[in-house]
Design a protein around this ligand. Structure first.
Ligand code: PRX
Length: 571
């Protein structure tokens, strides 16, 4: 069923007229919003925090933090001082310098944010890791990036395989009872660290963030973002998040995911807004309570979360006062029209879908407050960005033709490189300067883009991108498993779940206990979100003659779809 478009909400929006701005805008204009445009001294953490601490925003709340144990707030001035202190700690104890890769492997707490900002102030490149990562996932990322320093907690430190990481020199621990023979005690060092810091000024093209993400083949790859990306972080926070001076903004994403750094750190703070950060696990009650308690006005979350809230029922949502909400947004997976309709009912707000990728570094295709929303569509490209649907040769396709969603090269937040992998980086581009996303989509006659699926086998489960190859590689490390093929299976709440097809080695019996053991094996070796929710035993798996598991055939079997061309299949 096609839903009626949701009309424009009249009001004072930062992007008041999409068409006018789209035709006249160029990125140079956006640069004028930064102090470095005048001074020539550039650092994204300075622009995000220190700049505001030197203005009327000095005593404005920059951060509200809460989890089940802590409830704190920090002004811009305090954020400046605390990130300076954190910078001094990591500089003095671990000698962190410009260009060093420093990883953060810890849950969301205020200290995580002081450290990220502090490291950026030193010109270091920050690599954020999900706390759910187990040893194998941590090792792959630290090894590939040759990280020198990692910051973690007493609970997580044992998952860092130090003996296998020759480049790793220092482990900094945020927590109590740190063994200072082996590790650096962050909290004690903070007590005596200086509040003064000489910021390291960098070039626009110097590294800022290194986010590892999954593709359909190979190990996770390191997507490098540079300081110049802040231009687009800022501009999209203005246009798309529509952040204004009095807003209280909450992005629910963890910084292990690019949304949690770009729109959990840089976007909101570059615009000088009050940023809410919530640690701990998802719970509908605490989420609604957060909106009510802080009076959240702009809220950025993801379809899986909205679907879980929807599942928790309307009675629950009606127990809270959510009337502060002004603007609600979503990212990461297709936003079902059903969810948009539900949002309109319970929040009395349209949920605005936004599309982008780790590689694109910031939002690219979006629904704006000043624009009609067609439920189910990702929206239109932001001003300064040209999007199209292209075929295998990079030729632009007309409206309603399905193809690969592509973006014309040259937006400020585009990835700078794939770490140590020029070939992979090059593989993203097609003739005509197109960056090719790997998402299949079409465009309608009004220029709205509609997501259809992934061109490759990448799985999106609860908004997390999981490479089937990584899971398959882990599975076949299990002694009982001879072969494994992994697919994403559609799921009403999580978007997709991971399903593994497994052929056992001689002598192993296909039992439910073994399934459970295998699930645990992946969970403990890789990450909880990468563990297959469903496992099916098969005598053998469909393979090409060259031995590659044919995931598309597995998927067709699973979903009762035609298997298509089987000419390359063995037997
Ligand atoms: O398939 C698209 C999906 O998420 C992919 C990017 O994943 P990741 O790099 O982990 O996300 C980073 C932050 C967005 C895309 O290739 N995706 C993202 N946004 C949407 C989406 N699919 C449908 N609709 C969206 N709005």
């Amino acid at each position: 069923m096609k839903l009626e478009a949701l009309p424009v909400v009249k009001g004072d929006h930062n992007l008041s007229s999409y068409e006018d701005v789209y035709t006249s805008f160029n990125w140079e204009e956006a640069e004028k919003n930064f102090t470095w445009y005048e001074t020539g001294k550039l650092n994204a953490a300075y622009e995000a925090i220190d700049r505001h601490a030197e203005t009327f925003r000095k005593n404005k709340i920059a951060l509200y933090y809460r989890d089940s144990k802590r409830q704190e707030k920090y002004t811009y001035k305090e954020m400046k001082e605390l990130s300076n202190k954190a910078a001094n700690v990591i500089k003095n104890t671990a000698n962190v310098e410009k260009g060093d890769r420093l990883f953060v492997f810890m849950p969301r707490t205020p200290e995580l944010y002081f450290i990220v900002l502090g490291a950026v102030k030193l010109g270091a490149i920050v690599g954020p890791l999900f706390e759910a990562f187990m040893e194998g996932a941590v090792k792959d990322r630290l090894e590939d990036s040759e990280a020198r320093v990692i910051v973690t907690t007493p609970e997580l430190v044992n998952r860092i395989p130090v003996d296998e990481l020759p480049h790793l020199e220092h482990i900094i621990i945020v927590g109590e009872d740190v063994d200072t023979e082996k590790h650096i005690d962050f909290l004690s060092e903070m007590e005596t660290a200086s509040k003064e810091l000489d910021i390291v000024w960098v070039e626009k093209t110097d590294g800022l963030l290194l986010h590892y993400t999954s593709g359909s083949t190979g190990k996770p790859k390191g997507v490098l973002h540079i300081h110049q990306a802040m231009i687009q972080h800022y501009q999209t926070a203005k246009w798309v998040l529509d952040i204004k001076e009095d807003d209280v903004y909450w992005c629910t994403a963890d910084p292990g995911w690019v949304t949690g750094t770009v729109y959990g750190i840089f976007g909101p703070w570059l615009t000088g807004s009050t940023n809410v950060i919530v640690g701990g696990r998802f719970s509908p009650e605490s989420w609604y309570q957060t909106i009510e308690d802080y009076g959240v006005t702009v809220w950025y979350s993801a379809p899986t979360a909205f679907r879980m809230l929807m599942g928790a029922g309307d009675d629950l949502v009606n127990q809270y006062d959510l009337s502060s909400l002004r603007h609600v947004l979503s990212v990461g997976e297709p936003l079902n029209p059903e969810v948009v309709r539900w949002g309109a009912k319970v929040f009395n707000k349209r949920i605005h879908d936004t599309w982008w990728m780790t590689e694109t570094g910031a939002q690219l295709i979006c629904n704006y407050p000043s624009m009609e929303i067609k439920p189910g569509s990702m929206g239109k490209p932001i001003p300064g960005v040209q999007a199209a649907i292209v075929d295998e040769k990079g030729q632009e396709l007309p409206p309603y033709r399905m193809g690969n969603l592509a973006i014309k090269k040259g937006w400020p937040s585009m990835m700078h490189t794939i770490w140590n992998n020029q070939e992979k980086y090059d593989s993203y581009f097609m003739p005509g300067e197109w960056y090719v996303s790997g998402d299949s989509a079409y465009m309608d006659e009004d220029g709205y883009f509609w997501f259809q699926g992934r061109v490759d086998d990448v799985i999106m489960t609860s908004g997390e991108r999981v490479g089937p190859f990584e899971v398959e590689s882990k599975l076949i490390e299990h002694p009982a498993i001879a072969e494994a093929g992994v697919i994403g299976k559609p799921d009403p709440v999580r978007g997709e779940i991971i399903k593994a097809f497994v052929a056992l080695r001689e002598g192993y019996e296909a039992t439910d206990e073994l399934k459970e053991e295998i699930r645990l094996f992946v969970k403990e070796g890789l990450a909880a979100h990468a563990a297959p929710r469903e496992i099916e035993f098969r005598d053998k798996l469909p393979k090409t003659r060259s031995g590659k598991i044919m995931r598309r055939v597995l998927k067709a079997w699973e979903l009762d779809l035609p298997t298509g061309d089987l000419s390359t299949m063995e037997d």
